[in-house]
Design a protein around this ligand. Structure first.
Ligand code: ADP
Ligand code: MG
Length: 235
């Protein structure tokens, strides 16, 4: 019933068609990549964990006023979602300096930011998802000015909800990457996944990193960190 043509294979997921028009099946893989896929590996159990975390968070985000593609989890590693045409702009929201932002500005990681910072990257594997200015998506026709304003407000709303959600589970949401897409009628939905692959989560007490930085930086304990996040998210 859920067979269907492979439509796209990415670094972390496969997207398949279904019998229902407008619905696709996403299969989450254990494969992990970093630094524009120069570093590759497998995080045992990651596919199931990221599927479960995303399936838990998206209905809550919908209730919180962030419309998204999620329909239903159908197996340990699979979910059905509404098919969208992905806007090729990653919207990054940062609450605390870390990663490339901290490096670019010469900041110590962990510095709190006075307000959330929004950054945009052009979704292009060949170019390594380069940072772009906020006028570039409009100039390039990736999104209209109105759509970009909507991406901003949806990203900030999702960030604000998730900050509180994670904080109640002793997790600091340092930063997060969102992807959005359009339905055929132009409606914008939050798409893709929310997982330790796509955000930085630090233990609120110890500051311990519980996200993909453990893989990127060879810190060890990657599987345990992902399992900890799943446990806290679903607690
Ligand atoms: P990537 O290697 O590009 O990060 P992933 O392994 O994360 O890819 O695979 C998921 C792909 O499917 C991404 O390109 C993502 O933009 C796309 N995608 C996510 N949600 C949807 C959706 N609802 N409809 C169509 N495509 C989607
Ligand atoms: Mg991806």
């Amino acid at each position: 019933m859920y067979e269907g043509q492979l439509k796209y294979e990415g670094k972390a997921k496969r997207v398949y068609g279904t019998d229902t028009p407008g619905v696709v099946r996403i299969d989450f893989k254990d494969d992990a990549t970093a630094f524009n896929a120069q570093k590759r590996g497998v995080i045992e159990g990651k596919g199931a964990i990221n599927n479960a975390i995303t399936a838990h968070l998206y209905p809550l985000l919908a209730e919180a006023g962030v419309p998204n593609h999620f329909l239903e989890q159908i197996s340990a590693t699979e979910q059905l979602v509404r098919e969208v045409s992905i806007i090729p702009v990653e919207v990054i929201v940062r609450n605390t300096a870390a990663g490339s932002f901290a490096a670019r500005l010469g900041l110590e990681e962990g510095l709190p930011l006075a307000a959330p910072v929004i950054e945009y990257c052009y979704k292009s594997d060949e170019l390594g998802d380069p940072l772009v200015s906020d006028s570039t998506p409009i100039a390039m026709g990736w999104a209209s000015a109105r759509e970009l304003a909507e991406l901003n407000s949806l990203a900030l709303a999702a960030n604000s909800f998730l900050l509180g959600f994670f904080s109640a589970r002793d997790l600091q949401l340092v930063d997060i990457k969102f992807e959005f897409g359009r339905l055929p009628d132009g409606t914008i939905l939050l798409a893709d996944e929310i997982s330790p692959d796509t955000c930085r989560l630090w233990d609120a007490d110890s500051g311990e990193r519980l996200d993909k930085d453990r893989f990127r930086r060879d810190l060890g304990g990657v599987e345990d960190a992902y399992r900890t996040i799943l446990k806290r998210v679903t607690s």
